[in-house]
Design a protein around this ligand. Structure first.
Ligand SMILES: CC(C)(COP(=O)(O)OP(=O)(O)OC[C@H]1O[C@@H](n2cnc3c(N)ncnc32)[C@H](O)[C@@H]1OP(=O)(O)O)[C@@H](O)C(=O)NCCC(=O)NCCS
Length: 200
């Protein structure tokens, strides 16, 4: 089963450049900055936040999901500046299958620095070793190339392509499903990060 301990004791974590902490309602302006930005929302297939109250509601709803043991939501903070740069979640947790879906986003000014790769490396490791997940799933808009690149870098494999299975904003949209098994997770990312940097 999934390790329930973390639903009473929120796992505050860190990596080389980042801190992963729980959300507070005071983070609403940063969440609003992310979820009202067209560049971020382009392939999210969900509605933009219209104001900071939408973002407060989003934080509260996620907290309720956490309290029920169905999701974990981290604010990603850059150590150097102390700024909230993005978010990462395990949600739709299926306890009996030890499986979770992931969701993530980042302020565009922080794209291209490898922050999400670094975050996923740490948080997926937490998911497999501490939360006791067996597999992780990501559902993306097939046109979301940035998101796909991060998933492939982490070792995710495309397992399904659903045609027009989502109705959003008056359109039927395709989705691509990726998954990563615990045994396929690369516990040592240092080689991968080095190879990305050497291509620059
Ligand atoms: C998905 C998203 C978080 C990816 O952000 P990103 O900055 O492209 O991803 P990473 O943090 O992994 O950075 C990778 C890039 O940083 C570069 N990079 C620089 N330093 C790096 C380092 N030390 N390690 C790894 N990559 C590094 C990589 O070369 C890569 O650049 P490239 O895309 O030109 O090849 C971002 O595009 C986003 O927020 N999108 C909107 C929200 C969204 O669609 N979420 C997913 C919904 S399913």
């Amino acid at each position: 089963m999934v390790n329930e301990y973390y639903f009473d004791n929120f796992p505050e974590l860190e990596s080389e450049r980042l801190i992963f902490r729980r959300f507070s309602i005071d983070d609403a302006p940063d969440v609003f900055e992310i979820r009202s930005d067209d560049r971020v929302m382009r392939f999210m297939d969900s509605h933009k936040h219209r104001n900071v109250y939408d973002s407060e509601g989003f934080i509260s709803k996620n907290f309720e999901i956490y309290k029920k043991g169905n999701g974990l939501f981290w604010a990603i903070v850059e150590k150097a500046s102390g700024e909230l740069v993005g978010d990462f979640a395990f949600w739709r947790i299926e306890k009996e299958n030890r499986r979770a879906e992931i969701g993530y986003s980042m302020k565009p000014k922080f794209w291209g620095k490898g922050f999400m790769t670094e975050a996923m490396d740490r948080l997926l490791r937490f998911g497999f070793t501490d939360l006791n997940l067996h597999s992780v799933e990501a559902e993306i808009n097939p046109e979301n190339e940035n998101s796909e690149k991060v998933l492939l870098r982490m070792g995710f494999k495309r397992e399904a392509y659903f045609r027009e299975n989502r109705f959003f904003d008056g359109w039927f949209l395709d989705s691509a499903i990726y998954s990563l098994l615990e045994r396929d997770f690369k516990y040592d990312m240092s080689n991968l990060v080095a190879s990305v940097n050497s291509k620059k």
